[in-house]
Design a protein around this ligand. Structure first.
Ligand code: GDP
Ligand code: MG
Length: 177
């Protein structure tokens, strides 16, 4: 601990999963670049973005992976999950079907990742209160039943986006230190 010349390096792989159009790409662009894109277009080129977060005075880097739209064809490959130590499993609070898919995403995650993977259930688009189809209670109870962290977010107005990623990154850090 007193060897200050050797900077410890932490790099954690975190994956974003969930149905198409729930806002995964926008959660990442909000977190990494503070940007939002109102046009739904397939992610171009970028497989992941690296974002540094400070935890207990240490710089921790999260390499956050976004799908390139392959979830539309239920074709997220094992390479996508390989080495992941954290996951944000995202649904859209204004579309019930995306919440109903969460069980399937959790199964897929458990097929590909260690049981110690830090998992956060994310109900995105909480700005769409007027057309909500999934209650906060439903989100909470699923998270409790499955042992997940839970948070509602809005990539549009930034609500809880930073916090959601940081809780996952902190949990990973706690798991290894
Ligand atoms: P992905 O397919 O899961 O990556 O979803 P995208 O990030 O491409 O978002 C799909 C659509 O939902 C786009 O039109 C976004 O502008 C919109 N969107 C994403 N996040 C939010 C949000 O928090 N609130 C609202 N109202 N729209 C959002
Ligand atoms: Mg996307």
């Amino acid at each position: 601990e007193d060897n200050e010349e050797v900077a410890e390096e932490y790099l954690f792989k975190v994956v974003l999963i969930g149905d198409s159009a729930v806002g995964k790409s926008n959660l990442l662009s909000r977190f990494a670049r503070n940007e939002f894109d109102s046009n739904s277009k397939a992610t171009i080129g970028v497989e992941f973005q690296t974002q540094a977060v400070e935890i207990d005075g240490k710089e921790v880097k999260a390499q956050i992976w976004d799908t390139a739209g392959q979830e539309r064809f239920r074709a997220v490959t094992s390479a996508y999950y390989r080495g992941a130590v954290g996951a944000l499993i995202v649904y859209d609070i204004s579309r019930r079907t995306t919440f109903d898919s969460i069980k399937r995403w959790l199964e897929e995650l458990s097929l590909h990742c260690d049981t110690t993977v830090a998992r956060m259930l994310v109900g995105n688009k909480c700005d769409l209160e007027n057309i909500r189809e999934v209650s906060v209670e439903d989100g909470k109870s699923l998270a409790e039943a499955e042992g997940l962290f839970f948070m509602e977010t809005s990539a549009l107005d930034s609500t809880n986006v930073q916090t959601a990623f940081e809780i996952v990154i902190r949990e990973i850090y706690n798991n290894i230190s």
